[in-house]
Design a binder for this molecule. Structure first.
Ligand SMILES: *Cc1c(COP(=O)(O)O)cnc(C)c1O
Length: 415
């Protein structure tokens, strides 16, 4: 692969991608739109480096303040971030913890769900959701998703309910909320807990039928999020949080994250050790102030992709759910009649990363094989696993990069 740059007078500098043509030496003036332009900034799936560079002084100061204070665990930085997040989400209680997986585990423990109880979740998601259900000795019950939004299908949830069902875990996948009014209605009817997995959707608004709004993760009994670096609100290590408006539950969540301790060195419950460290909290406080601005940047990139792919017969752009805003944790296309592996390979040769979220449904993961489920039982999820592809999505995508990505995808699908 030969890549070199042209610097035209007064023009932005472009690099010409010439994988198949052996170009060398100075490139004559060529109409850039007729070529594949390799952008100056290397394209990442998530570009944390360029994002950091823009907020470097503030982040570096925040980290150094924590180090100077030596209050590394449960210091004032954790409290300050917790309060900012409570305000931002308009929720009574934020309980910081070590990561999103712990958030889910602690939520289930604090709700008093018992081994043998069934917990329903979506089949099309990251493994963590089903993992904690299995680890705690509950029975994971997976259901199919809506083909338009990729989120848990309320009718499928209804069909999966048994006398043992104790909770349902909707995942707000890829940045938009699941159908929460339907979840709340089902929960009320069958006396279930609603545990929201908002790891991919922090900042998204659910819009109720009456026009009122609530933030993802604050709608059910309890909400969980992750601050993994690549998440929409990511720290520089691991982190997570649990949200609730229920005072009693908040008390129990704080006990569970802290070794089941009610009074110092008195342990009334079997708990865990799950803490957000102060340095991560300090980073998150700086980034939380920009979360809405970051969502705008992600939506701008999504609109650019939409415009390029919206009318293509072989590509289906993400469907916007009318009850939710979208914060585009991922921008995921459904492909139709194209060789997806060849597309990803084609893009990789142009230094464009693309990922499959997710390639295997939960019921077909080796660790979760269960005689209750067969291949073919979840047609929507299974179809999505075979056809989805996610393109680079982050806060720093520039027009040059977006142009290059869309032109390259279209070149492949049109060939
Ligand atoms: C990232 C993620 C998790 C787990 O978060 P960690 O902080 O990595 O433990 C759980 N559920 C979903 C849907 C996620 O995307």
């Amino acid at each position: 692969m030969f890549v070199y740059g042209i610097l035209a007078g007064g023009q932005p500098s472009y690099c010409i991608f010439a994988a198949h043509k052996k170009l060398s030496g100075f490139c004559p003036a060529i109409n850039p739109t007729s070529l594949n332009l390799q952008p100056m900034n290397k394209i990442a799936m998530v570009d944390l480096k360029r994002q950091y560079e823009k907020i470097k002084p503030e982040i570096d100061q925040a980290i150094s303040d924590v180090i100077n204070s030596t209050a590394f665990i449960n210091g004032p930085a954790v409290r300050a971030f917790q309060e900012d997040l409570e305000k931002y989400l308009d929720v009574k209680h934020v309980i910081p913890c070590a990561n999103g997986t712990d958030a889910l585990q602690v939520a289930m423990m604090a709700l008093g769900i018992k081994p043998g109880d069934e917990v329903i979740t979506t089949n099309f998601t990251f493994i963590a959701t089903a993992e904690v259900i299995a680890l705690l000795g509950y029975t994971p019950v997976v259901v199919d998703v809506d083909p338009e939004t990729f989120n848990i299908d309320p009718d499928a949830v209804r069909r999966a309910i048994t006398p043992k069902t104790k909770a349902v875990v909707p995942v707000h996948l890829f940045g938009q909320c699941a159908d929460m009014e339907a979840m709340l209605e089902i929960a009320k009817e069958y006396n279930l807990f609603v545990i929201e997995d908002a790891c991919q959707a922090i900042g998204a608004d659910y819009i109720f039928a009456d026009g009122s709004h609530k933030k993802a993760g604050t709608i059910g009994h309890v909400g969980c999020t992750s601050f993994f670096p690549s998440k929409n609100l990511g720290c520089y290590g691991d982190g997570g949080a649990i949200f609730t408006n229920d005072d009693e539950l908040a008390k129990q969540l704080r006990v569970v994250v802290n070794h089941g301790m009610t009074v110092r060195y008195y342990h009334d419950y079997v708990g865990v050790n799950s803490r957000l460290d102060s340095i991560q909290a300090a980073v998150l406080k700086v980034k939380l102030a920009r979360l809405d601005e970051y969502a705008v940047a992600r939506n701008r990139a999504a609109s650019f992709y939409d415009k390029a792919f919206g009318n293509h017969p072989k590509l289906k752009i993400p469907v916007r759910f009318e009850r939710s805003t979208h914060v585009f944790h991922q921008y995921t296309l459904v492909t139709d009649g194209i060789d997806r592996a060849a597309l990803i390979d084609f893009l990789a040769r142009r230094d464009i990363p693309a990922m499959i979220y997710y390639p295997v449904p939960l019921h077909m993961q080796k660790a979760y094989i269960d005689p209750r489920y067969q291949e073919g039982d979840f047609p929507v999820t299974e179809h999505l696993c075979k056809t989805v592809v996610s393109l680079p999505m982050h806060t720093e995508l520039d027009e040059e990069q977006l142009n290059y990505i869309t032109t390259s995808v279209l070149e492949f699908v049109n060939q």
